[in-house]
Design a protein around this ligand. Structure first.
Ligand SMILES: *Cc1c(COP(=O)(O)O)cnc(C)c1O
Length: 462
């Protein structure tokens, strides 16, 4: 029996998930393995363990277990900021005058301000348990670096964060939060690595890029004893950790007999969307529901809607393994005047596969429209959303307005991944009406596609 949900629902401690949900166990067609960048052969477990923590590699390669236990120590950490609330957006519904019901899961209630802490907590714990002394990572907008700093402080682990230089300069406060939690923050490119020195010699004065910061972080991990590299999105084990979002949603909704008709998430590397939909998608793949899943990406970096399904590198320096995914090409350069995150050239291999097989719909949104939605949401529901999250808000509002037109009362669930307090320069642009929209032309896209490797695995795939 369906009951009306109150404004805000939190699970009790007993109802909290004890297992993560591995959607791959239900996927009949799975993405291909990582390929070694040197010889083009599938990466072995050992290849991956040279870079990533052992337990994360196990999870990365696990295609069979639907449920993977969340260790007690991680559940303890989760207690500091979970459960996150599931909210019925009554005020937004009223403002839109729609017969649709809108629900959102809010992941911004922690100091890092986003869902990324769900995976940071897990990855830092596994690194510590393996006896490592430190980890390295890169950060662009800074949410991941902040989340990982908090997790490393909690478990007593050293951390080097390579922060894209322009972000480090534009967001000095983000950098300071990380340093407060004990992280060593290095503006990238730096002279502390071979990769960084090479880029600096070639492009003096460059503001850096995510791809370059990844190269530096991986090199640092490889050349430091008792150290590994960790990544905050894209990889299967990160989606696995984020499934805690979807599991909490499902339990809360089931208490009220509610099944969503539409589930919407923003897509950068695909981790929050993958985590939000995981248990619902697992059910869908077994014929258990007919939910419409919608991923929303920026029109300035249209990986799913305009990209190719191919093997590509995960970084721009081409030192990481190649992954089978939707990609704009590892050399794709998103417009610098795009405000929010979500600027990655690739996409989670799991999300890519589900999209390729027709289980997910993808849409893109221009940033000025995204900020219109963000401001409307802030005024109705009180939360100042992150620009990334606002892509999902925009699509949820569109879906609700469509319901109004068609007289449908669909139940729409979306992921509100975080808050936007560190993005005030983007809000300033919006308020000053200086925000520009940028949509790459076919010629821009062609330049990116030309950087997709011409490897054997892509020969039959073009
Ligand atoms: C990082 C981030 C995203 C995008 O990353 P995904 O891996 O696609 O989830 C979205 N929203 C916020 C607030 C983020 O910090």
């Amino acid at each position: 029996m369906e009951k009306e949900m109150p404004y805000k629902v939190y699970l009790t401690e007993e109802e909290m998930p004890r297992y993560w949900y591995n959607v791959k166990a239900h996927m009949k067609s799975k993405h291909g393995p990582f390929l070694n960048p040197v010889n083009g052969k599938p990466c072995t477990k050992k290849d991956l363990q040279a870079v990533f923590c052992d337990e994360c590699v196990e999870q990365e390669l696990n295609e069979t277990d639907e449920l993977i236990e969340i260790p007690r120590e991680i559940r303890d950490f989760y207690r500091m900021f979970r459960p996150s609330p599931l909210v019925r957006a009554y005020f937004l519904e009223r403002a839109l005058d729609t017969p649709a019901q809108i629900y959102y899961k809010f992941e911004g209630n922690n100091t890092s301000g986003s869902h990324k802490l769900n995976s940071a907590a897990a990855q830092a714990y596994y690194a510590k348990k393996q006896g490592l002394k430190s980890v390295t990572t890169e950060t662009g907008a800074g949410q991941w670096g902040t989340a990982l700093s908090m997790a490393c402080a909690f478990y007593g682990l050293g951390l080097d964060v390579y922060m894209v230089k322009v972000s480090a300069e534009q967001k000095p406060h983000r950098r300071e939060v990380m340093r407060t939690y004990g992280a060593n923050v290095v503006a990238s490119p730096s002279d502390t690595t071979e990769a960084g020195r090479k880029i600096l010699a070639e492009f003096p004065g460059t503001g850096g890029s995510l791809g370059c910061a990844i190269s530096e972080a991986v090199e640092k991990a490889r050349s430091t004893p008792s150290c590994r590299y960790v990544l905050g999105s894209v990889l299967d084990h990160v989606l696995l950790h984020q499934s805690v979002i979807g599991l909490e949603c499902k339990t809360a909704l089931e208490k009220y007999g509610i099944t969503p008709d539409v589930i919407i998430g923003c897509c950068g590397g695909g981790s929050n969307f993958g985590g939000l939909i995981a248990p619902f998608m697992g059910e869908r793949l077994e014929g258990g529901n007919n939910i419409e899943f919608i991923g929303v990406e920026p029109a300035s970096c249209p990986t799913l809607t305009k990209g190719r399904y191919a093997y590509d590198f995960c970084d721009s320096a081409k030192i990481t393994p190649m992954a089978q995914m939707y990609t704009l090409g590892c050399g794709f350069m998103p417009s610098p005047n795009h405000a929010g995150g979500l600027r990655y050239h690739g996409m989670s291999p799991v999300i890519s596969r589900l999209y390729h097989d027709g289980y997910i719909r993808a849409v893109s949104a221009e940033q000025s429209k995204v900020f219109d939605a963000a401001v409307m949401f802030a005024k109705c529901e009180g939360i100042l959303p992150a620009p990334e999250s606002s892509h999902a808000i925009k699509a949820a509002i569109d879906a609700a307005l469509e319901c109004k037109e068609n007289g449908q009362s669909k139940k729409i669930l979306f992921g509100l991944t975080g808050t936007g307090y560190f993005d005030m320069s983007a809000y300033k642009q919006y308020n000053d009406k200086t925000m520009a929209d940028f949509i790459p032309t076919d010629a821009d896209l062609a330049k990116g596609f030309a950087t997709i490797p011409n490897c054997e695995a892509n020969k039959n795939n073009r």
